[in-house]
Design a binder for this molecule. Sequence first.
Ligand code: ADP
Ligand code: MG
Length: 605
Amino acid sequence: MTIKVLDDSLINKIAAGEVIERPANIIKELVENSLDANADAIKIEIENSGLKKIRVVDNGSGMSREDLLLSYKRHTTSKISNASDLQSIESLGFRGEALASMAEVSYIKIKTKEKDSDVGNMVEVEGGILLANEKIGCPDGTSVEIQDLFYNVPARKKFLKSPEVELAHIIDIVTRYALIRKDISFILSHNDKEILNSQKTDNQLNNIIFVYGTDIAKNLIEVDYKAADIKIQGFISKPNLTRANKNEQSLFVNNRYVRSQPINDAIYSAYKTFLFTNRHPIYILNLTIKPSTVDVNVHPNKLDIRLRNERDVCESFFVAVKKALGSHILIPTATPETETKRKATNIYELKKDVQSNLFQEEKIENDEDEQEDIEQEKVEQEFDYTINQITNKVEDRPIQPELVKTKEEKINKFKDFRVLGQVNKTFIVTENEEGLAIIDQHAAEERVNYEKFMEELKEKAIKKQTLLEPKLLELNPIQYQTAANNLEFLEKLGFTYEDFGGTTIRVTAIPEIFGKLKTTLLIDIINELAKVNKDIIDQEIEDRIIRMSCRASIKAGDELSFSQMKELIEELGRAENPYSCPHGRPTIIQLTQADLEKKFKRTGW
Ligand code: ADP
Ligand code: MG
């Protein structure tokens, strides 16, 4: 074996792979460079999910000719010059390898002009080699264009996901910055279609409304926490607004999007008693801290950070969130007319005039009406329309006789159960030959719904409810894209919807089984799909989504009449597996005569 010294180009390609795994990493690096250059308008244009072309144009400081010629070389940065600078850096990262990495694995063209210079400069680099360098006329600022990403690293290209998934990653990162940087306007377009257009505003809530919509914004609580040298600001969701996944959680440190498990844990502990298992709050929080106490350059993609005083920071997050949850005085709300008329491009005009009186109105009304508000929200979260039930067979064919037969043949395993009553709107108490049987009504309903739904799905005969009054759902750009990508799958589940301008969709039919469907269910499903990060929806994902839907569709604390209880037990008795819910929790507990006797110490009487 001989040890070889790798040549520079190979070293660079290996290093490039650490910074740039996918198109979204390029967008992140370029946007952060533009932010570091104090731009206040950033335009991102992509083609074919970034594989064909990425162009980021900013109106920032620009570069001199000398800097431009250094910028794409490895370990060149204007952000530090010696080791002591490492302590005080305020920029969004300074490893000096982003442009070099891009230049190594694509064709790159940079045009740039400083404000006080009459002429701009351009370089073209391919596979790390300078092809051209000219003086050109161009606007102030910088534009970086990347073409044919990974043309010379086919292995890397193979690891990319489908164009839809790659695009979702891109939208995700731009959206995060659009959420926090109210002082910057972002435009993102894909194949000439505008996906996001977020203008400069003077209130961060406007950005949130823009990205997530008013339904979410009105259920957020402001966080504003200041201690000696720690500031935590932003918004968190009220406990009644949670998600099945963590997509809508964004943490920033000094306005940079990062990930931190310890901070995340601190936020969750503040929510502790408010959250059900497997539900996640929404948060958009920015920590402002002395740059010298945080290291953002731990990893080449600069997502993970290291905090010097981690304990203090986590404690501050805990206190900040806890305090915000405790005081609902500043709950932002939205006026009804802004709710459905939202259009992606004019949201700001709409919001600006309403925004200023939102908080004041709340302050006066909120205290006494708090309870009523919460009740009201609960009601609003469910679809409010009359339902017209129809059987909508995907394939219009008669029900097969075998199917009818199998249905009849399904014997009711709980035939001898006699309902005694309901406890705490949660458990049904019954008597049977063995003794006492207690049924968890929610777990039972979940099981029944699940089996019904799976059977309908198998028969391609999902029963749908057509909504007399269609429901408008404001989606964020990622959700919108995911919904568009999975139209067929969601149709298969029984959802029918169409575009309604911007990123709003209009839902016209839902699966009948989810009769008590909440607005959040479709969003939960879409979020789950977004998280999946896979090109094809395999059986496992489909099952998980259906199980989740069955759970979500169940209403907690329903008072049941005797006949409803009897009906539920009968349906459960006919289920294939009546003894556990689709998530594996038991549906029924049997206390035998012997058990009871033992408990009452009657044994041996
Ligand atoms: P880093 O950001 O870690 O310094 P990069 O490779 O991303 O490394 O960029 C190298 C240098 O190029 C930066 O330090 C900066 O001086 C310059 N630069 C890159 N992008 C821009 C931009 N959009 N506007 C002005 N200068 C830029
Ligand atoms: Mg950079």
